[in-house]
Structures are given as structure tokens and as C-alpha cells.
Design a protein around this ligand. Structure first.
Ligand SMILES: NC(=O)c1ccc[n+]([C@@H]2O[C@H](COP(=O)([O-])OP(=O)(O)OC[C@H]3O[C@@H](n4cnc5c(N)ncnc54)[C@H](OP(=O)(O)O)[C@@H]3O)[C@@H](O)[C@H]2O)c1
Length: 441
């Protein structure tokens, strides 16, 4: 392993969108890298799946390999940069690289969400770095902020738009009154959504990233499985129209927030956001993360959450930081393990169940267009401790004899709202409960 002034050798695992950007940056910016770090950084091997695939530019002879041992078992490789994606085999490769005493940079949210605490503990034990800026927020430097610049804060909440695909679809639905399916296929034709969009539109990708950000913000493991996750496919163009009339935009937010009892609530779902809030103005594939801390107050970072160049910026930043510190650093502190206890003496893995959430709500129902309907619904909501804030009746359909009723509530307990809405759905005068969306003020 290099410690003096000799070359630093990089083993790149993955040479796709991000790996291609990293490889190009290492070659094209070699002079600048030497100036900034004082070291010569050399790309030694690149692991790919298919060596015969056409690549532009053509890699130099001997760079590509399909054998991970060419990187993991090569003592001359100092830093492994993993940009393959997926949990397996990437997770095992990272573990082996750390055990072998190599520093690691990864852009892999899934690996960090599933194995972050164990890998960070291993890095600490081996006194090597494991940095993962690109795993959440792409080019937005939020991971480093939470890990170091904001460390003195007692973080109250992290609220974020961290899935560009979803945000693009929601932006199209809002602007063009497009149904979800049309906005999704437009996103697919532009390359913003994958052929199988499940991970993005169902909030799974955002939950991985929230697991990373929430764990850093609250110094406890927030397993991605404990994050309440709801997708965007139930949203309809009329929800955007009614939300706008009420003064809100609809965004899919990934939220982790401290609760008074010491638990953290962690959730990914559509939200009504006041239209004058900065998060409501984040459009298209852009991402934003708002952090509220006791000392820093409210901070919002906005930028490109994906894409070759933005993600390369994050990966190369980690890489150059390691190169700069080589020879005089240990690894970063590990994320706490799930059985640690927090500052409030509550089990650190305590993630609040969604039923305990206190929130204001937007409800859209299709009802019989006749007198007395609202009174029946209001009685059930009142009996369930839910106070109505506003009611609007919309889109009366004389032919069908139905109307849309949009009700917003004052903050209420989610379990009470769910129970009351189930009872409302059984009323003869209610055709359907179309949507329930939480409101963030
Ligand atoms: N793309 C973005 O904008 C972005 C943003 C933030 C984070 N990330 C993260 O960065 C990582 C890489 O994303 P990407 O978009 O660059 O992916 P990609 O374009 O699909 O590239 C993946 C690369 O890894 C190689 N690979 C995959 N599985 C392999 C295996 N089992 N053995 C050997 N090589 C394998 C592929 O080889 P072949 O070339 O032979 O197919 C390819 O070169 C992911 O973790 C992703 O979540 C991406």
C-alpha cells in the first residue's frame, strides 16, 4: 500500500455511466489531481461484466477484466471504487476490499442501506476509509455535510426529494395534468425512468437513500425495511389541481424526523407541500435535501441527484479526499449498530410506526351528489378525533349523480384517520375513497 510519494493505484469496479465518468476524470484531470493532492493517481484495473462490449473511448489494453481477483487480490491497488450497483456481488467485494486493507469509495445506496453499519465498522477496524457521498443525492454533497460540517447539530429533521425519476413524473403530472401512466412513459422515453420503474415509483430507491441519510443524521441505524414507503402511482391529475387550489404542490418526500419520545419517524410518500416552500419549487429530475438542526437552523441543498458528471463529482471528491489523507488517517467513525442506545435512552432502532404519525391530511372522495352527505362523513371523522380544516366539492357529474369531495384535516393521528376513512368508505353515499395524502406544513 502506498504511503509516501509513490503512485496511488485505483481499482474501478464498474465502467458504466458513473465508472466511465470516473475513468475519464482520472485520465483527463491527471495534472489537476496531482496539483490538488500532491500524488499521481493511476487507474490500474477496471472490472466489467462483458469485456467484448463496445466502449467509447476504447479502454487501453490490459485495463479491463472480468475477474474481481485482479482488483481484490492485487496488493498494488490502494483504493477500490465500486460503481457496479446492486447488493450482490458488490457488497461481498467491498467487504473483501476492506479486509484486504484497501480504502473504498462507493456510489451504491443499496449496499450502504443494507450493509452500511457492518462495512463501516469493518473499515474502522482495518483503519481504512469507506466513503459513500454518491450513494444519496448524487452530486449534492449531503453525506459529507451530515458526517462532518453539521456534526455539532442535534438534527431535528431531514426532508428530501431524492429520486429524480419520481420528481420528473410528478412535475409532468402537475404541469400538463397528465395521468401517471403517460408521465411515466414520457420519462422512460427520455431515459429518466428504467424499463422496470418499480424501485423508483414505489419509493424503494428513496428508502435506501433515506436509510443512509437518516442513519447519519440521527446516529443510529435506520434499516431501510423499517421505513414506511408509499409510491406515486395512485396520484391522479385532479389531485394536483385540487392541491394547487388549496395552495400546495405534490411532491414525493423522503423524511426522517426526531420525535419527542426519542424515536425517529422515517417515511417516503407523496406529500402536499405549501407552494411557497423551496421544496415545492424543485422540479424535473432535480433533487433537494432540507436539513433542520438546532444550531444551523434550516439548510437546503439543491442540485443534480444523478447523471454521469454530477455523480462523478461526488465519487471523485471522496477519492481525492482519501488520496490527500493517505498515510495519516484512519477510517471514519462507524454508524452505530442497531442495538446502540441514543441520547434519549431509547433503543436506537426505534423507528416510529406510521400509525403514530401526527399529520394534517388531504382526502379525496367520490360521493353521491345529494344533501346530507357531508354531515354523515363529518360525524365519522369527528367521532375519530379528526377535525376538518377545509371542504371543497368539485366536478359534479350530473349524469352519474356523483361529486368529488376534497377534505383537509388539522393534524391528527394517522391510525385514527385510517380507521375513520375505512368507516367512511362503507357509507352508502360514498362511492370511493380515492386518495389520502399527508400535508407537510
Ligand atoms: N447513474 C447515475 O446517475 C447514478 C447516480 C448516483 C448513484 N449511482 C450508483 O452508481 C452505481 C453505478 O451506476 P451506473 O448508472 O454507472 O450503472 P451502469 O451504467 O449499469 O454500470 C454498471 C457497470 O458495472 C459493471 N457490472 C455490473 N455488474 C457486474 C458484475 N456482477 N461483475 C462485473 N461488473 C459488473 C457493468 O459491466 P458492463 O459494462 O460489462 O455491463 C458496468 O460497467 C450504482 O450503485 C448506482 O446506484 C448512479
Amino acid at each position: 500500500m502506498a504511503t509516501g510519494n509513490e503512485e496511488i493505484n485505483i481499482g474501478l469496479m464498474g465502467l458504466g455511466t458513473v465508472g466511465g465518468g470516473v475513468a475519464a476524470s482520472l485520465v483527463e484531470n491527471a495534472e489537476a489531481i496531482k496539483r490538488k493532492t500532491g500524488r499521481t493517481v493511476q487507474l490500474r484495473r477496471a472490472l466489467v461484466r462483458d469485456i467484448s462490449r463496445h466502449r467509447d473511448p476504447e479502454p487501453p489494453d490490459g485495463l479491463l477484466t472480468t475477474n474481481p481477483e485482479d482488483i481484490l487480490a492485487d496488493p498494488a491497488i490502494d483504493i477500490v471504487v465500486e460503481v457496479m450497483g446492486g447488493d450482490t456481488p458488490a457488497g461481498e467485494y467491498l467487504e473483501r476490499a476492506l479486509v484486504a486493507g484497501k480504502h473504498v469509495v462507493t456510489a451504491n445506496k443499496e449496499v450502504m442501506a443494507r450493509r452500511g453499519p457492518a462495512l463501516l465498522a469493518l473499515a474502522q477496524e482495518r483503519r481504512v476509509n469507506l466513503l459513500f457521498e454518491a450513494s444519496a443525492g448524487g452530486g449534492i454533497p449531503i453525506v459529507g455535510c451530515l458526517m462532518s460540517q453539521l456534526l455539532a447539530n442535534d438534527i431535528r429533521s431531514v426532508r428530501s426529494i431524492i429520486n429524480g425519476t419520481t420528481n420528473y413524473i410528478l412535475t409532468r403530472m402537475a404541469r400538463q395534468q397528465a395521468p401517471f401512466a403517460d408521465a411515466l412513459s414520457e420519462a422512460q422515453s427520455l431515459g429518466y425512468a428504467e424499463a422496470d420503474p418499480t424501485n423508483d415509483v414505489e419509493g424503494i430507491d428513496a428508502a435506501y437513500k433515506l436509510s443512509v441519510l437518516g442513519s447519519l443524521a440521527f446516529h443510529r441505524a435506520i434499516p431501510h425495511q423499517s421505513i414506511y414507503t408509499e409510491g406515486i402511482s395512485r396520484l391522479a391529475p385532479e389531485d394536483f389541481r385540487y392541491a394547487a387550489e388549496l395552495g400546495y404542490a405534490i411532491k414525493s418526500l423522503a423524511i426522517a424526523a426526531a420525535q419527542p419520545d426519542g424515536a425517529v419517524c422515517a417515511r417516503v410518500h407523496p406529500v402536499l407541500v405549501p407552494e411557497d416552500h423551496l421544496l415545492a419549487k424543485v422540479d424535473g429530475v432535480y433533487n433537494a435535501v432540507e436539513v433542520t438542526g438546532d444550531l444551523c437552523g434550516q439548510i437546503i441543498l439543491h442540485g443534480q441527484g444523478a447523471g454521469r458528471d454530477a455523480t462523478t463529482s461526488a465519487v471523485m471528491g471522496d477519492l481525492l479526499n482519501i488520496v490527500r489523507g493517505l498515510g495519516n488517517t484512519g477510517g471514519p467513525p462507524p454508524l452505530p449498530q442497531p442495538n446502540d442506545t441514543g441520547r434519549h435512552g431509547v433503543a436506537d432502532s426505534d423507528v416510529q410506526p406510521i400509525g403514530e404519525l401526527s399529520s394534517a391530511y388531504y382526502m379525496r372522495l367520490t360521493c353521491a351528489d345529494q344533501a346530507g352527505v357531508l354531515a354523515q362523513i363529518a360525524r365519522i371523522l369527528g367521532d375519530g378525533n379528526i377535525s376538518i380544516a377545509t371542504v371543497i366539492q368539485k366536478d359534479t357529474d350530473p349524469g352519474g349523480g356523483t361529486a368529488q369531495l376534497v377534505i383537509t384535516s388539522y393534524p391528527s393521528r394517522e391510525a385514527d384517520v385510517q380507521t375513520a376513512l375505512a368507516a367512511v368508505a362503507k357509507l352508502d353515499v360514498v362511492v370511493s375513497v380515492n386518495n389520502l395524502i399527508r400535508i407537510e406544513e
